[in-house]
Write a protein that binds this ligand. Structure first.
Ligand code: FES
Length: 67
């Protein structure tokens, strides 16, 4: 029996979470959003116009991403 590895999450300093191997992630309304890519960047600063995904807006603000 082989155990499948679960999703892996890496926090980028002052940036998004990089999520590898997930097939869904909670959207802004709490409903799951389907993932069909091997790696996605999830917004931590909550300023993205494409939540739950990072759109790069974190690079232009004064506040740091939330944990
Ligand atoms: S972390 Fe990139 S826009 Fe929020």
């Amino acid at each position: 029996m082989t155990l499948e590895p679960g999703p892996r999450v890496t926090a980028c300093e002052d940036g998004p979470l990089l999520v590898r191997g997930a097939d869904q992630w909670p959207g802004p309304d709490g409903e799951p959003v389907r993932i069909d890519r091997p790696v996605v960047a999830v917004c931590r600063c909550l300023r993205s116009q494409r939540l739950p995904w990072c759109d790069g807006t974190h690079k232009f603000g004064a506040s740091s991403p939330k944990d």
